[in-house]
Ligand binder design. Structure first.
Ligand SMILES: Cc1ncc(COP(=O)(O)O)c(C=O)c1O
Length: 366
């Protein structure tokens, strides 16, 4: 008779046991996805051409990221050793935190902000210190400076920030780096193209400044998972020790040069989104809904107590939006990605219908 096998599973690190599970919402097939801040249309046709020409034989080889890193570095006006390509900015955040955060260190975060900073930090032995933005969700510069301690090891700033769309000025970022010379200041420019201001030119001149950029937003390549980290060579050498040498696959590497070269497509898409943002913001204002000024490809709106029903009604109308109520200070607030003008006309119709239904519902309750 077979012996009974005892079902004992080895336990992970305490910190991992304490981590929250992160489940991004699933998309519906035919819906307009305004819940992930993606490009809502397509990547450049030049990228599609390259993808179509990839041979099965080329997939047998491990990817070589260095030549593409050199192209990216030149594009940013930096030297190749200052740039590392990553499997999305998410991997950039992950490896940076793995390389630099020790027990006793603090990750300083203005909140609300991008969720994954906290997720990756919670897998390390560092402590997360948050600084809450005021109700206007403006970048809390003074409070952040006041929260710096000798233990502050990384300060992560999404610029523009998500879900608020607010920005820190270049002068504020430089001042933060100056006041915390013992800490790395990560400036995550995931939404750079919709804003236009960067600190890329300061990389290497400010020793504790690190930059992240993604190809998931304006470039429309979220599915390929492509991001980058740029910083002084002295910092990047430690990052490279932790970074998997093959985490950026060869399809992503092949697509990056045409994505960069097709500036006409990028400019067109960004122009379309900026025009659509203005029109959609007007529609939100006309609907009497509070919103926060945004420098990115999304807008945060105040729905209030009906946020769950609103999100559900939008989904039923074929428009996916993201309820940010669980973000600190964001109860009742919903983030809506900006796509093309045509898509945002559809979104505005759905928004007005959902709001009308909410208002009718609450009148009926009275
Ligand atoms: C501020 C910010 N950084 C990074 C990311 C993720 O980028 P990636 O797709 O390159 O991992 C997002 C995605 O929403 C984001 O909002």
């Amino acid at each position: 008779m077979a012996e009974a096998v005892s079902m004992l599973y080895p336990t992970p690190r305490i910190r991992v046991q304490a981590m929250k599970e992160y489940h991004p919402p699933l998309g519906c097939r035919d819906a307009l996805r305004l819940d992930f801040n993606e490009n809502t249309l397509a990547c450049s046709p030049k990228v599609r051409e390259v993808l179509g020409g990839i041979s099965a034989g080329s997939l047998t080889r491990y990817p070589e990221r260095e030549p593409v890193e050199a192209i990216v570095a030149a594009h940013l006006g930096l030297a190749a050793p200052q740039v590392a390509l990553t499997n999305g900015v998410d991997e950039a955040i992950h490896v940076l935190f793995e390389a630099f955060l020790e027990a006793g260190d603090e990750l300083l975060l203005p909140v609300p902000t991008y969720t994954m900073y906290e997720v990756y930090a919670s897998a390390t032995d560092a402590t997360v210190v948050t600084v809450q933005a005021a109700d206007d969700l403006k970048f809390p510069f003074e409070q952040l400076v006041a929260a710096m301690t000798p233990r502050t090891k990384i300060i992560a700033i999404a610029n523009p920030n998500s879900p608020s769309g607010s920005v820190a000025t270049r002068a504020q970022l430089v001042e933060i780096a100056r006041r915390a010379p013992h800490a790395l200041v990560l400036v995550d420019e995931a939404y750079f193209h919709f804003y236009g201001e960067t600190v890329a030119d300061l990389i290497g001149t400010i020793p504790n400044l690190i930059l992240a950029r993604t190809f998931s937003k304006a470039y429309g390549l979220a599915g390929l998972r492509l991001g980058l980290l740029a910083g002084p060579v002295e910092t990047m050498q430690w990052v490279r020790r932790v970074l998997s040498p093959y985490s950026v696959n060869s399809l992503a590497l092949a697509c990056l040069p045409p994505a960069f070269q097709d500036t006409a497509y990028l400019d067109w898409y960004v122009g379309e989104v900026l025009a659509a943002r203005l029109a959609f913001e007007n529609a939100v204002d006309d609907a009497g809904v509070r919103r926060w000024p945004s420098q990115a490809n999304f807008v945060l709106v105040e729905i209030g107590a009906g946020h769950v029903e609103f999100t559900r009604r939008m989904r039923e109308a074929g428009v996916l939006v993201r309820d940010r109520s669980s973000d600190p200070g964001c109860d009742g607030r919903v983030r809506i990605t900006i796509g093309t003008r045509e898509q945002m006309r559809q979104a505005a119709v759905a928004l007005n219908q959902a709001l009308a239904a909410l208002r009718t519902g609450s009148e009926a309750e009275c």
